[in-house]
Design a protein around this ligand. Structure first.
Ligand code: BG6
Length: 516
């Protein structure tokens, strides 16, 4: 399917696969995701010569555009989002963009799509490989998937078509049942190897680096366990509010939007066992195994293990911002959570007794996604009168974003009196080593889909285990709309680090949050 390119650059060893000729079909081509992420990422790949010249994009949506007006949109999206856009490259790229308009439920749309693909394939593709990207609202997915099946567009190896991959954006359902329903619809038209479920966190270089850090170095893995690690803290903080997505957010809440997917993926990468190879299924087997080992929340004790909050008014970056309930489109009595923190325990030999504290929220002080691994304190202090409590334990932090990098907090001698010591940071920052900037997560993921590598995509069982873990909590919260039995909805001021109650969550375990 794809050519393998191994190269050694300044001491680094890179393996990059080069895709075969591909048609990239976007459903929802006139929408926000297309102009914000898909077009700029595809353009960047094109500009870096990472996608073949035998390539084109066919947009499909209800908006009455034509090739020409779609190209204008494409060019604007590139101008706004791509740092490295040049006029001539942009034009070359947009010449490869085409558009058909039509309703997602109309047979005509799929007939027209098929016709257009045949013509364009003939013109541009020596081999016919198709990717269909579902960038529509999720309620449209079943319609598109069913019609891809009925029209024969999802069939591989027929009418000269090589591979057919379908990229599905999150959310995959809104709980375990609806996710299974969607899966059953997918299954009728597609095989698992054709389905690429995106969690864009997996496309972030710093997230992939967790695996390389752990398994391409020999010094960390021997201490990556309950004997040496005291606790692990995963924080995904955002300073933005609900922006223009109040409608979605009022239905979803943060547990669905961030926890079921991004947070669960982060914990699985940090805690999983070593896969026997970097092969897609071997990596995903280990991730699933880890997720299965997570102790389910006790529904009658939720208040002590998972807490939720909602932002009130406050100040962010010197600007006053309104409370969640005063955002446009939000119910003034809304009980939807904009913050979730949880204590998670993993029931296996490696992690027995090690708490994982996870927190994610909106309208927090600043954007910061970090994973902090706190090691155990030294067993004995020889630095009398300092006790072991006076010696800060080592903390390794993966700075996922922004200011991507890794740091290690260590105790070191401070110049001066004999017993003067300090916690110092040893730091590696991507920005100081890699000057061209990190690629957007979508670039990696779209390229991987083109080469047929699903390692960084969510497998069906992965998604199901994550939903099985979260759904009982969602249901319990739904059964308790006044938040009486499952714990209160804690209010927190916008611009803070979340509700005070999160302190208790860790203090109860004899720990405290690590400053990030
Ligand atoms: C998306 C969520 O999956 O991730 C958004 O739906 C959230 O609500 C976004 O803002 C965060 O992504 P990133 O890459 O900015 O951390």
């Amino acid at each position: 399917m794809s050519a393998n390119n191994h190269s050694t650059v300044r001491g680094s060893f890179c393996i990059e696969e080069y895709p075969e000729p591909t048609a990239f079909v976007i459903f929802g081509a006139s929408g926000d995701l297309t102009s914000r992420k898909l077009i700029p990422s595809l353009y960047n790949l094109f500009q870096k010569n990472l996608i073949p010249k035998d390539f084109y994009i066919l947009g499909c949506a209800r908006s009455p555009l034509n090739d020409e007006s779609f190209r204008k949109k494409v060019e604007n999206a590139i101008g706004e989002r791509s740092d490295s856009a040049s006029d001539s490259k942009t034009r070359k790229f947009s010449e490869r963009c085409f558009y058909i308009s039509g309703g997602y439920d109309a047979d005509e749309t799929y007939k027209e799509l098929k016709k257009r693909l045949e013509i364009l394939d003939k013109k541009f593709l020596p081999e016919r490989n198709h990717i269909f990207h579902l960038a529509t609202p999720p309620s449209i997915y079943p319609l598109v998937i069913k019609n891809l099946g009925l029209s024969g567009l999802s069939k591989e190896g027929k009418s000269g078509i090589g591979s057919v991959h379908v990229i599905v954006e999150k959310p995959f359902g809104s709980d375990l049942d609806s996710a299974m329903e969607l899966e059953n619809i997918l299954k009728k038209s597609l095989s698992e190897h054709q389905i690429y479920r995106i969690d864009h966190y997996l496309g972030k270089d710093t997230v992939q680096n967790i695996l390389l850090f752990r398994f391409a170095n020999s010094i960390f893995e021997p201490i990556w366990n309950r004997r040496y690690i005291d606790n692990i803290q995963i924080t995904v903080a955002e300073s933005i509010g609900v922006e223009h997505r109040a409608g979605f957010f009022e239905q979803a809440g943060l547990l669905r939007d961030m926890f079921q997917n991004h947070m669960m993926q982060l914990i699985s990468l940090v805690a999983m066992e070593s896969p026997i190879s970097f092969d897609a299924d071997r990596v995903r087997d280990e991730k699933v195994k880890l997720l299965r080992a997570i102790r389910p929340f006790k529904i009658n004790d939720l208040n002590n293990t998972i807490i939720r909050g909602q932002y009130g008014p406050g100040i962010i970056n010197g600007k006053e911002v309104v409370a969640y309930r005063d955002e446009e489109g939000v119910d003034p009595n809304s009980k939807i959570e904009t913050y979730v923190a949880a204590k998670i325990m993993i029931e296996n030999w490696r992690w027995q007794g090690v708490p994982f504290f996870l927190r994610t929220g909106r309208r927090l002080k600043r954007k910061a996604s970090k994973i902090a691994v706190q090691f155990k304190a030294v067993p004995h202090s020889m630095f009398y009168p300092l006790t072991t409590d006076d010696l800060n334990p080592n903390v390794l932090i993966f700075h996922v974003q922004p200011e991507e990098g890794i740091s290690l907090r260590i105790q070191a001698k401070h110049p001066g009196p004999k017993l003067c010591m300090d916690a110092l940071e040893m730091e590696f920052k991507y920005s100081e080593v890699i000057h061209e900037g990190l690629p957007d997560a979508y670039e990696r993921l779209l390229l991987d889909c083109m080469v047929g590598d699903p390692t960084l995509f969510i497998r069906r069982d992965d998604m199901e285990v994550a939903w099985s873990f979260i759904t009982p909590v969602l249901k319990a919260w739904e059964r308790d709309p006044e938040c009486k039995k499952t714990g209160p909805l804690h209010m927190y001021p916008a611009g803070s680090w979340g509700p005070d109650a999160i302190e208790e969550l860790v203090n109860r375990e004899g720990r405290s949050w690590i400053n990030i």
